[in-house]
Design a protein around this ligand. Structure first.
Ligand code: FE2
Ligand code: FE2
Length: 335
């Protein structure tokens, strides 16, 4: 899964602006590569603001993947069948893997994993607002797959063409796995919608709760998203927040019809002239409250994450001790 707009400043960090150009020739070379849709690699010169933007975006993305394991992780022990449990386990493990690829990609830009974890655990770093909502029933697991992973695919496919090589390459595998996540969610919901009246009501209730936060995942409207323009110029962002949101709504409406559920928006209707759906206003105050730490589950998610980190301290210590021993053995043999 993934974070919202990728341009939310972390706590205490100013939004990166353009730095004075140290060397016009290097800048010109960088611009030429980006303009030609080429790739910038870790050893290439890059503007400091480009590097900082990527560190922030990729680390927020990585944090979102691993925090995103928590809402659904709560349901692994309560999955309704062995088959559903195996599917959910695989999906949640995939999200952990996505986090690891992305932390590795961010490390190529000169930050360390310890620094990134410290920022996450101290509450300084942001992650996607969507994971601060609760998963109240089993239907939430299906709806997260269908809508949250579905929104993630819309957002992440353009990132496969991002100008920074390690990020773009990591996203190729991530997108393939997100596609499985979306399908397993939709298929779980289709099954429930063929079940009892209670099961159908459970699906509708989950859709009602997730729909608006999912639309907000695409980030603030374009006219209120100043960093997006620079992101586009650098070839990091390819499609605007509003354009992605529109694509998502248009793709989702027919899927909702097949499922037999109602999307909770009385203003949602096809607009022939624009060739897309019109939809109602998003509650941005709610979005910013959640981004700024006041969502229903922000404190719980962070506390769970920090506890997992603390509980795993002995594993990290044991691995380091083992690595030191191996190194000493190798050195002794070489001597
Ligand atoms: Fe993911
Ligand atoms: Fe996913």
């Amino acid at each position: 899964m993934y974070t919202q707009s990728f341009n939310v400043p972390d706590g205490g960090q100013p939004a990166p602006g353009l730095q004075p150009v140290a060397d016009a020739a290097l800048q010109a070379q960088f611009d030429a590569v980006v303009d030609a849709d080429g790739k910038i690699e870790p050893r290439d010169w890059m503007p400091e603001a480009y590097r900082k933007t990527l560190v922030r975006q990729i680390s927020q993305h990585a944090h979102s993947e691993i925090v995103g394991m928590l809402p659904e992780g709560n349901w692994i022990s309560r999955a309704p069948s062995l088959k559903r449990k195996a599917i959910l386990l695989a999906k949640v493990q995939d999200e952990g893997g996505h986090g690891l690829y992305l932390y590795s990609a961010a490390e190529t830009l000169g930050t360390s994993r310890d620094q990134m974890f410290e920022a996450l655990h101290s509450g300084k770093a942001k992650y996607s607002s969507i994971f601060n909502y609760p998963t109240l029933t089993w239907a939430d697991v299906g709806v997260i797959g269908w809508l949250v992973d579905g929104a993630a695919i819309m957002n992440q496919i353009p990132l496969c063409r991002c100008s920074y090589g390690p990020y773009a390459r990591a996203m190729i595998r991530v997108c393939k796995e997100e596609s499985f996540h979306q399908r397993q969610g939709y298929e779980a919901l289709l099954t429930m919608m063929q079940g009892t009246a209670e099961q159908k009501a459970m699906v509708q209730d989950a859709v009602n709760r997730w729909w608006w936060p999912v639309l907000a995942m695409f980030g603030p409207p374009d006219d209120n998203s100043p960093n997006s323009v620079q992101g586009m110029r650098w070839g990091i962002k390819r499609i605007s927040n509003d354009a992605l949101r529109q694509k998502f709504v248009d793709a989702t409406v027919p899927q909702a019809e097949v499922l037999g559920i109602t999307l909770p928006d009385p203003d949602l209707k096809w607009n022939e002239a624009k060739g897309g759906h019109d939809f109602g206003a998003i509650d941005w105050d709610d979005f910013w409250a959640v981004v700024n730490g006041n969502g229903p589950c922000n404190k719980e998610r962070l506390a769970t994450r920090v506890k997992a980190w603390d509980d795993g301290a002995w594993v990290r210590e044991a691995a380091l001790a083992h690595a030191r021993k191996e190194q000493q053995r190798t050195m002794k043999e070489a001597a």
